[in-house]
Design a protein around this ligand. Structure first.
Ligand code: HEM
Length: 195
């Protein structure tokens, strides 16, 4: 089935980018596409990070297995939107010197640092890298956690109304806490039964 194909899901997830960039064809300024592409990148990153806790909480069901299999496509789409976000931002500023100077602000360096983490993860998001890196591959993919924290900081620093950022990030925080509680409970009960 098509939905089992990673390239298909990646392409499907990237389709809304066309709508986000469409106003530019009609002459709108570059900056109109910064916000929607940033939000799409953040939401896909959150979804990719929610998959492990969902699997831990709900077990190996058909849908959690599907999400787990497709995690790489979702993560790559997060990077795809972040790359478009970065390009439209750079074009809206239009001067390399101004972009570099702007990196001194926390609202900007958090975005650049999140982007750098996503770039590293995307670069090794292929079967050859998985085989070549062995256990190290998973360790590098854990960069997704600092990337998400940096994205949250970037978002909060750029907007006065925090509600949207909180609405998207709170479920991820709760899922991670629930996963932690479940694994602690398992460890305690394994300790009691001596396993
Ligand atoms: C590559 C470096 C980055 C730069 C220079 C950058 C720049 C910006 C700028 C200027 C805005 C404000 C847009 C506006 O209010 O009109 C923004 C918003 C945003 N960016 Fe980034 N960003 C970067 C990386 C990222 C990354 C990696 C993510 C997510 C993974 C991200 C997610 C967001 C989000 C969620 C918003 C807020 C949108 C809103 O206010 O609703 N950004 N970014």
């Amino acid at each position: 089935m098509l939905l089992q194909s990673r390239p298909f899901l990646f392409s499907l997830l990237m389709l809304p980018a066309l709508a986000m960039l469409a106003p530019l064809v009609l002459g709108a300024p570059w900056r109109v596409s910064i916000r929607p592409t940033g939000e799409a990148a953040a939401v896909l990153l959150i979804l990719a990070l929610a998959i492990s806790p969902l699997k831990a909480l709900f077990g190996a069901t058909a849908w959690t297995r599907w999400l787990l299999r497709q995690r790489r496509a979702i993560g790559l789409a997060a990077f795809g939107y972040a790359a478009i976000h970065m390009v439209v931002f750079a074009l809206s500023i239009g001067s390399l010197a101004d972009i570099v100077a702007g990196m001194a602000w926390a609202s900007m360096w958090t975005g650049w640092a999140a982007f750098a983490a996503l770039l590293v993860m995307a670069a090794i998001s292929n079967d050859r890298a998985v085989r070549a890196m062995g256990r190290g591959w998973k360790a590098v993919q854990r960069l997704a956690y600092p990337a998400a924290l940096l994205t949250l900081a970037h978002w909060l620093l750029l907007t006065r109304d925090w509600s949207e950022a909180i609405i998207w990030f709170a479920p991820l925080g709760l899922l991670q806490l629930a996963r932690l509680a479940t694994s602690l409970r398992r460890r305690v009960s394994n300790g009691r039964t001596g396993r």
